[in-house]
Design a protein around this ligand. Sequence first.
Ligand SMILES: Nc1ncnc2c1ncn2[C@@H]1O[C@H](COP(=O)(O)OP(=O)(O)O)[C@@H](O)[C@H]1O
Ligand SMILES: [Mg+2]
Length: 243
Amino acid sequence: MTALLETRGVWQRFGGLIANSDVSISVGRGEIVGLIGPNGAGKSTLFNLIAGVLPPTQGSIIFDGEDVTNLPAAARCQRGIGRTFQVVKSFETMTVIDNVIVGALVRNTVMREARRKAHEVLEFTGLAARADVLASDLVPAEKRRLEVARALATEPKLLLLDEVLTGLTPTEAQTGVALVRKVRETGVTVLMVEHVMEIVMPLVDRAIVLDLGKVLVEGKPADVVRDPKVITAYLGDRHAVGA
Ligand SMILES: Nc1ncnc2c1ncn2[C@@H]1O[C@H](COP(=O)(O)OP(=O)(O)O)[C@@H](O)[C@H]1O
Ligand SMILES: [Mg+2]
């Protein structure tokens, strides 16, 4: 079976800076794949290229058997690419349910159906009790879950999660891990960026490590965490941030 997503020789340059350098990855249907790497490695940039926020400087993006490289973000969302943003983008002055309805309207043009879909997603994500509060009144862990809910409401085949578990307490992170597993059980493929390896490694089937814009290593989580190249990349990062 062909992969659900493939990036083929993708480059992204910002002026003189190379954020993605000849990145070729693939994600199989039904997989949970972790995209990890130090800060500034190019993870969010690659997500933007996959979701269509930016056109790549060079290379192509193949989704579900189709070359989507020249399609805008909305068209890719229609085809089944759903994503969250590292910086939470929910509409703060809208209620939780209305935020999710915005996602549901991608596939349900009748408001009543979009509302029903949004309620279903809030149940699924454990936010049903918060449906009528303003997004701005949610605690940070709930805001992350709202981001996931909005993306799920678009009924994606591929869900791109950008650091949705980062900065949470261990208990909140475990709730998030359980939600990602539940999402996959519904048949959705997951590509997730996480900076913290301890959280993401037990969850993913495969890990891809980006460093300095390039794929450094990919493989089973247990092999990846032991790889000297990966350890060096992370230690370098730790020194860089002074931790
Ligand atoms: N829109 C942009 N314009 C200029 N530089 C950018 C832009 N987006 C990201 N970068 C740079 O590209 C590099 C990779 O960033 P990013 O993809 O956000 O890394 P990560 O998500 O792995 O931390 C960084 O050096 C960052 O400063
Ligand atoms: Mg990032």
